[in-house]
Design a binder for this molecule. Structure first.
Ligand code: SF4
Length: 331
């Protein structure tokens, strides 16, 4: 159970039900009032080596921007939802966008307003829409603090829309008895155990993630598997082959029947290298100049040859072990 070191909060959260509940839940924890969750001067000034310490705090505010961004992968829109940032610390996390800003967990208490907007957009649309609500944080993890995912499933009553989110966590038991009406697509992100241990600090083990998929399928949820991000370490073929074989062995028949795959190769950045070398001095270096190249604004991705080789490998192996399952994309 996550116990924050301190709560930084906007005064306005007292006017929301969830805000009141969280203040009550954490009444013993030291509190610091802030003007805006977006500009916490004290956090901005901290050094990179403070990265993990900063993640031990909880920031609670009211989300003001509700802009939907069009998307063309699994969903139609990326939607800002009930949280941003995370208390785990995957070394490649793309939420680490601007040094120390954005990485720690911020909770937004105006969930009614956010869900209402999704329902309105869905109901007005001529076609069925899918909304990605988990692109700014991990909602299974957040749910252990706020119960927001349970609340969302219980209150999402649009005839036309579906909601989706990715996760690296296995705490799904609270979702199993809910009447989700087939409107929730959970996408479990997996990586070889060795990569989880060395890179995805604070997340669930592979075994737990596979068990969570089986439980969710048993409860009738639509579930996908994100093999992501693929990291081309020296023995990547061996590790990812073992991962695919393990999925084939440990997923239930129900899961294997209609599970779909997304495969995403890692992107990295100069900011990540700077934070990681100071915050995790003993961790592996994910930047490999032999196989990575710049793609503008301090970002790196794998060179075309290795991406092509990766794509060929995943298409061949997934076809072999999961011949009837769709690969939505490999990027
Ligand atoms: S679990 Fe997801 S949101 Fe949290 S640090 Fe890892 S990649 Fe980022």
């Amino acid at each position: 159970m996550f116990k924050p070191k301190a709560i930084y909060y906007e005064k306005d959260i007292e006017n929301y039900q969830l805000g009141k509940e969280l203040l009550e839940k954490y009444k013993e924890i030291p509190k610091i009032e802030i003007q805006s969750h977006n500009a916490i001067e004290e956090m901005r000034k901290k050094e990179n080596k403070e990265f993990l310490n900063m993640k031990s705090n909880l920031i609670i505010g009211v989300r003001k921007t509700h802009k939907f961004v069009e998307n063309h992968k699994i969903s139609d829109f990326l939607v800002p939802y009930t949280s941003s940032g995370c208390i785990a610390a995957c070394m490649y996390c793309y939420l680490v966008c601007n040094y120390n800003k954005c990485a720690y967990l911020r909770l937004f208490v105006n969930r009614e307003e956010m869900l209402e907007k999704i329902i309105k957009v869905a109901n007005k649309s001529e076609k069925n829409l899918t909304f990605e609500i988990g692109s700014n944080s991990d909602l299974i993890l957040e749910n252990t603090i706020t119960n927001n995912l349970v609340w969302t499933i219980e209150n999402f009553n649009s005839e036309k829309g579906k909601l989706t989110f990715p996760t690296k966590f296995d705490m799904v038991d609270d979702l199993l008895p809910l009447n989700h009406q087939g409107k929730m697509i959970v996408r479990m992100s997996v990586n070889p155990e060795e990569i989880i241990n060395k890179v995805e600090f604070g997340t669930s083990r592979l075994k737990g993630r596979i068990e969570a998929i089986n439980k969710l399928k048993e409860a009738g949820y639509q579930v996908g598997i994100l093999i992501a991000p693929v990291i081309f370490v020296e023995n990547w073929k061996e590790l990812y082959l073992e991962l695919i074989q393990r999925l084939e062995q440990e997923l239930s028949e129900k899961a294997k029947k209609d599970i779909f795959f997304e495969v995403i190769f890692m992107t990295y950045s100069y900011v990540h290298t700077k934070i990681n070398e100071e915050a995790f001095p003993n961790a592996i270096n994910l930047y490999n100049k032999e196989i990575m190249t710049g793609r503008g604004r301090g970002k790196y991705w794998y060179k075309e040859e290795i991406r092509k080789e990766g794509e060929k490998f995943f298409r061949e192996q997934l076809k072999k072990y999961f011949p009837n399952n769709e690969i939505i994309y490999i990027v």
